[in-house]
Design a protein around this ligand. Structure first.
Ligand code: UDP
Ligand code: GLC
Length: 538
């Protein structure tokens, strides 16, 4: 609307100035081909003609530059500016007119201009208000979520909740089939798979130029198909880096707003240089908003060249519940892994991949007598992850660890695993962008040890709601484990504080509302409030 108003304003201004400076002849009829009494009438109408012209000018100026929402004082302030600037221009025009042959200064024109301005601003306010009302009462934004994987990582679990809460107005496109699609459909979210093709699917976060060039034809095809799909929506919401690189140009082609939910720290530890450049370029050029999952993620994005004004931080949200899995179920699961009754148990939940640091935990375990470790999660994405999982099994078979490390694989009943643990460990050796497992441990009322970097460092308050250890430092981790093993009272106190904090900070509803606000602002940049999506409001 602002753009249209600006164009109309320039046209009015141009037309008005042309008419004002056009030489005329005093005394001559304006419309010489018409009878005298008609010209006399037109002259009498001069005041009204001016009034109308200035009303139109101020009306368009208001829609182009007046505040769309904000305080009453802000509106008055802006109205005085519009009135002032137009009146000064009007007076200057009158003065200049005095030197144009056949034109003369007319005070009535100045008064007509001022009155017209007031009417125009008033009309602009009314129209703006009406449009805001209609948009607020109108349907919520239709969102096409895009994610590259069919597996269930943390970014996908967050998207699962976001999309399920607004299922009636959303659809998800995945570049790969898998349990994520099943989970979305079980929650009532319409989902379609647009496969990426072999060449493009192997381009991972560390890929170089050659891989990317080979993948180009497949990527272009997918961009076109996605652009076609995007036309039925107001916003394209890219949830992963590959989804951004394909979804960005697709949204641009379809002329739709793009929101990018950034779940990764843009750094050399997580991305190749080429992928970092592509991600930043696509964010800066295509996105109207970037949601970072932590301050650390936001900082890395900006430090890599991302536009700061696009970015806002919204942490992951979680269902807060008082339901606890039955003790019998927890005992059954413990027994199924052969964990002796009463054995001090450490849980590490997370996909098996080198940077998550399971290796460091197993190393630390050697110094913690009688403790058992449950590794919940599987190798999800790359061949490197599978090789790492095999190496972990070999490490767990070493004599000092044999029988004390239990591989649970990927499970959906994660809460039971948090319940059976005495302590939860997060051990990422690179800065963790957010770290859902840390919050899940806190919500389950467990003492959490986490590495002090990235989002993990923001979630835990050292010695208050958990313990920090240095990344990739098995000795430091072993010391923290021993401390909690020997001091159950400390573990309990940290756990209770953590649970209270997590419940207050990471509720899904508040997080969903923040995400809705970003979506709404991108979809309807002219309005203030967020129309509640049908499912979320339910
Ligand atoms: N998770 C799961 N089943 C498993 C292991 C992990 O559902 O077997 C979940 C875990 O509860 C958490 C998510 O996977 O919600 C992992 O998210 P996080 O942010 O910790 O790490 P990511 O893998 O996304 O980097
Ligand atoms: C990514 C990050 C993880 C984060 C999750 C959800 O998978 O690696 O740290 O918790 O997204 O935002």
């Amino acid at each position: 609307m602002r753009k249209a108003a600006r164009i109309a304003m320039v046209l009015f201004l141009g037309g008005g100035l042309w008419l004002a400076f056009k030489p005329g002849a005093v005394g001559n009829p304006r419309l010489s081909f018409l009878p005298y009494y008609v010209n006399e009438f037109v002259d009498h109408m001069d005041f009204w003609f001016n009034l109308l012209a200035f009303t139109a000018l101020a009306f368009t100026a208001w829609l182009a530059f007046g505040p769309q929402h904000g305080t009453f004082e802000k509106a008055i302030n802006r109205a005085l500016w519009v009135l002032g600037i137009i009146t000064v221009m009007n007076i200057m025009v009158e003065v200049v007119q005095s030197s144009i042959p056949g034109r003369r200064v007319d005070q009535a024109d100045v008064w007509a201009g001022m009155l017209g301005c007031v009417l125009g601003i008033f009309g602009g306010c009314l129209v703006q208000r009406m449009m805001n009302r209609r948009a607020q009462d109108g349907p919520p934004a239709r969102v096409l979520f895009v994610d590259q994987t069919g597996r269930l990582g943390g970014a996908e679990l967050m998207l699962l909740d976001i999309a399920a809460a607004r299922a009636a107005d959303s659809e998800v496109v995945l570049f790969q089939d898998g349990e994520f699609r099943t989970a979305l459909e079980e929650r009532g979210v319409k989902t379609r798979v647009l496969p990426l093709g072999e060449e493009a699917a192997v381009v991972d976060k560390q890929a170089g130029m050659l891989h990317a060039l080979r993948a180009m034809p497949a990527l272009c095809g997918l961009i076109l198909r996605l652009a076609h799909a995007a036309r039925g929506f107001d916003v394209v919401y890219a949830n992963t880096a590959k989804a951004l690189i394909i979804g960005g140009p697709a949204a641009w082609l379809a002329r739709r707003a793009l929101v990018f939910h950034l779940h990764d720290i843009v750094s050399a530890g997580h991305f190749s240089a080429m992928n970092r450049r592509a991600l930043i370029f696509c964010s800066n050029y295509f996105a109207s908003a970037v949601i970072a999952n932590s301050e650390a993620t936001q900082e890395a994005f900006i430090a890599s060249g991302g536009r700061a004004e696009l970015c806002s931080v919204v942490p992951n949200g979680f269902h807060i519940t008082d339901e606890v899995p039955a003790t019998a179920e927890t005992t059954r699961v413990r027994e199924s892994f052969g964990i002796p009754a009463g054995a001090w148990t450490v849980l590490m939940a997370g996909r098996l991949t080198p940077w998550k640091g399971q290796k460091v935990l197993l190393e630390a375990l050697k110094a913690v007598p009688q403790a058992h470790v449950v590794l919940l999660g599987d190798a999800l994405f790359t061949a490197e992850d599978h090789a790492y999982a095999a190496a972990l099994r070999a490490q767990a078979a070493e004599p000092s660890l044999a029988g004390r490390v239990h591989f649970a694989g990927f499970r959906t009943d994660t809460r039971t695993f948090f319940e059976l643990a005495d302590v939860v460990v997060h051990a990422s050796i690179h800065p963790e962008p957010f770290g859902r497992v840390i919050v899940e441990g806190m919500l389950a009322g467990r003492a959490v040890i986490a590495t002090k970097a990235g989002g993990a460092a923001e979630i835990i308050d050292h010695e208050q709601t958990g313990l920090h250890v240095a990344p990739d430092d098995a000795n430091d981790l072993a010391q923290a484990l021993l401390r909690l093993q020997k001091d159950p009272a400390l573990a309990l106190e940290l756990a209770q504080n953590a649970c209270r904090t997590a419940r207050a900070t990471y509720g899904l509803d508040a997080v969903q509302a923040k995400i809705e606000a970003v979506i709404s602002k991108s979809a309807f940049p002219d309005i203030k409030a967020t129309p509640a999506p049908a499912a979320a409001a339910a």
